[in-house]
Design a protein around this ligand. Sequence first.
Ligand code: DAH
Length: 335
Amino acid sequence: MSELLDRVARAREGALGRVGEATSTDELRLVETEVLGKRADLIELRKSVGALGPDERRRVGQALNEARAEVEGALAARRSDLAAEDRRRRLEAERLDLSEVVPSRRLGHLHLVSQAWEQLEDVFVGMGFTVSEGPEVETEWFNFEALNFAEGHPARDSFDTLWVDWGEPGQTLLRTHTSPVQIRAMLATEPPLYTICPGRVFRQDTPDATHMPVFHQIEGLVVDRGITFGDLAGTLEAFTKAYFGGEFTSRLRPSYFPFTEPSAEFDVLRPDGSWLELGGCGMVHPNVLRSGGVDPEEWSGFAFGFGLDRFALMRHRVDDLREFFAGDLRFLTQF
Ligand code: DAH
């Protein structure tokens, strides 16, 4: 009888050992048949139990049951360990890190205009503005009509529009400015609205040091209750200090745009005493608020639009805008 108990103990040891040795879930499956299948020692030993007296039968039976339960527990634990290990190995093998950069080799950087774009976004987002988007192919209505350029308005001509041959003639164009996003933002969201829209714009221009047919602007729009010209001036001054630094200040000069009344030009005074023209701004014209579905009796707002490429030119002291588009490595690798 004690000999039988010894065999149970040995079978149990052997089974637990085999379970511990398995190194993959596939192997463990084979081990499982080996230690608990029909031919397994622990199972074969059951046959001997029938021939024992009742007392011994109980003790050996119990030892067998315990051994079996223990082996089953070990199998389950090993199975889950190996499954975790398999998964870890698979993930490691399939790993494809697209952000991986070999630190010793500089592989490139964002375009200077993209850098300016992101920095400007950061400053305005820091001031609580959201970022809006609109399409580059626009309708005449969003680009002009809704912005209070009546049909035949002379200011339309100053935009050198690139028309798109699609739909009715004179209805589809490449947006000449980011201002149509003002209308889209108002139509999409109820005021109060504090949003900027950086984007690409297009005009029929001959490339020279300061003009390109494709360039970038950043539009800003605020619509809220009781917004005044003072809010506009204060916001632009806060922006100037946040973006350029404390030693810069801004000024506004009277100007004209159909979509703002009053309108102004926005300049920044550099520490060397020179002025830099950055763009236009003003109080949103009531007709423009109406185009955006906003009641001018209840809400007022201001807007601004800057040429974004200028920020990049200035920050890096580049004197020819064409450099940004030429892809000349002698230029690009300087940054
Ligand atoms: N859209 C104008 C342009 O392209 C710039 C501009 C001026 C935008 C005044 C504004 C604004 O939002 O208020 O010349």
